[in-house]
Design a protein around this ligand. Structure first.
Ligand code: AMP
Ligand code: MG
Length: 487
């Protein structure tokens, strides 16, 4: 007797109970010959999914969009957004939400296919995705998770067997993405601009129930929601800055209400420290440069606040006042997370008034001497001098003496400081040349071993093992790096 394999699906779709203007029921379009390229077995297990099933023909059919799993209510979500500052209608043009998996620990998470074919929101696009960019999202999102940064996760990438037509003909792929939800700042903008106040209220109620149940009984729930999102995003962006992550397209539709990082396109990690670092080929004016990210986040949140205005107070002037007061909190919250994070990177447990100056001075020296951001902190952690011009300068010597004196003034032992620094400074980040190398081997040669090794190294960035050392080096001839949306 053949035993039917347990799949582990435990899907609901509460989003489908929202007003119908918020989504369109959409099925993925089947592909020719699905082939599983990478599966995140640990993530599958934490979702309650059977990895053995996902690897089977029936499982791969689901990951490719050729079969709909039991309990799924596939839909695409409607949203708008400011893209590089210009407001426009968007929606899931190449994504289908299969449903929400209720995971063993009780949480509800979205299971979404990215690249499953056209949807009613596709406009001009083909609804498809190419293998390279989907593997890139897989690598970066898993690296972010390893770094301890809230993020959407990647469950699998399946090659479709069909070509996608961009500037070149590329192999097509579908990514299965897992996220707390896909509700975006742009979701609120869409409803506020084109739908009714009742629908806006329904979206607020749903979002609170799903992400912020603690504020359900608050008197001004919309204001509390705004406050919560500001606080989560301020913390998130501080974590990006602390590891040198540059998102590249911080449009309002790419900013979640849950506080997770999402939509990895032309993102990349900074090598030498410079607030003006931009990698994305489409960001010609540097709107989304590394140093701008906190300001852009606050700008995006102001768009969320605007969308919520009619619910904040019956008196429009009072509503604006309330919104502005919350938005002005962003930089305070952000700064306090950032400074605390920086203290950790320098092994400091307590706060002193001059810490900010100490931190800023180091960053200025790093900028002046083109020092690698990640490796400078790593060298300070392990008291190695590495091959860096910075460490040979007298300015650095002076700074170093001040820092040692500062360490001496705290009660904690040197060992505890060192431990704190190891836990705060990653040994490895997804270096651009390493990511490219892995993608090239995968896409051009069908060799996935380079990517698998990279993923393994990136999964525990604070371990500081010997095998990580070769992933920490920056190539000498490292010229200006550019990333492409590759949609
Ligand atoms: P993104 O740059 O991935 O954040 O996407 C911005 C918008 O463009 C979203 O509405 C996407 O659904 C849409 N989009 C991007 N690529 C495609 C594509 N190949 N086909 C259809 N829509 C797309
Ligand atoms: Mg997007």
């Amino acid at each position: 007797m053949t035993k039917i394999m347990e799949t582990g699906w435990n899907l609901e779709n509460s989003y489908a109970s929202l007003p119908t203007s918020l989504f369109t029921r959409t099925n993925p379009t089947p592909v020719s010959s699905p082939e599983l390229i990478v599966l995140n077995e640990q993530l599958a297990a934490s979702l309650g999914l059977n990895a053995e099933f996902l690897e089977s023909e029936a499982g791969v059919a689901v990951l490719a969009g050729n079969e709909i799993p039991e309990g799924a209510t596939p839909l695409s979500q409607a949203y708008a957004g400011h893209q590089f500052g210009n407001f426009t209608m968007l929606g899931d043009g190449r994504a289908v939400l299969l449903g929400e998996q209720i995971i063993p620990e009780g949480k509800r998470v979205d299971i979404q296919l990215k690249g499953p074919g056209r949807t009613p929101y596709s406009r001009g696009g083909d609804g498809r995705a190419a293998l390279g960019p989907m593997l890139r999202e897989y690598i970066i999102s898993e690296a972010m998770h390893g770094l301890g940064i809230p993020t959407s996760r990647s469950l699998a990438v399946v090659k479709t067997g069909d070509p996608v037509y961009r500037e070149n003909v590329l192999p097509g792929a579908v990514l299965t993405r897992v996220a707390a939800s896909h509700i975006r700042v742009g979701t609120f903008q869409y409803v506020a601009k084109w739908r009714t106040i009742e629908e806006l209220q329904a979206l607020v109620d749903y979002t609170i129930r799903r992400h912020y149940p603690d504020i359900e009984d608050d008197e001004n729930r919309s204001l509390s929601l705004l406050k919560q999102v500001i606080s989560r995003q301020a913390e998130l962006i501080s974590k990006w800055q602390l590891v040198g992550f540059i998102h590249g397209v911080m449009n309002t539709d790419n900013m979640t209400i849950s506080g997770e990082s999402i939509d990895y396109g032309p993102c990349a990690f900074m090598d030498s420290y410079d607030l003006e670092t931009v990698f994305s080929s489409i960001d010609v004016h540097g709107r989304y440069a590394y140093g701008n990210q906190p300001y852009i986040a606050a700008w995006n949140l102001a768009r969320l606040a605007e969308s919520l205005l009619p619910l904040l107070d019956d008196d429009p002037e009072k509503a604006v006042e309330l919104a502005q007061a919350e938005i002005s909190e962003f930089h305070k919250i952000y700064n306090s997370h950032w400074i605390n994070g920086m203290r950790g990177k320098l092994g400091l447990f307590n706060a002193e008034a001059e810490d900010e100056a100490l931190i800023e001075e180091l960053l200025e020296l790093m900028k002046k001497h083109h020092a690698d951001y990640t490796n400078t902190f790593r060298a300070l952690t392990f008291e190695t001098k590495e091959d860096s011009v910075l460490f040979g300068t007298s300015e650095f010597e002076q700074w170093h003496r001040r820092w040692l004196a500062r360490l001496d003034r705290q009660q904690e032992s040197n060992d505890s400081s060192k431990k704190l620094m190891q836990d705060s400074n990653p040994a490895v980040i997804p270096r651009n040349h390493r990511v490219e190398e892995a993608l090239k081997a995968a896409v051009e040669k069908g060799d996935y071993s380079v990517m698998e090794r990279l993923l393994e190294v990136l999964s525990h960035p604070y371990a500081h093992t010997d095998e990580q050392a070769e992933y920490a080096t920056v190539p000498k001839e490292c010229g200006p790096y550019q990333t492409f949306c590759g949609t």
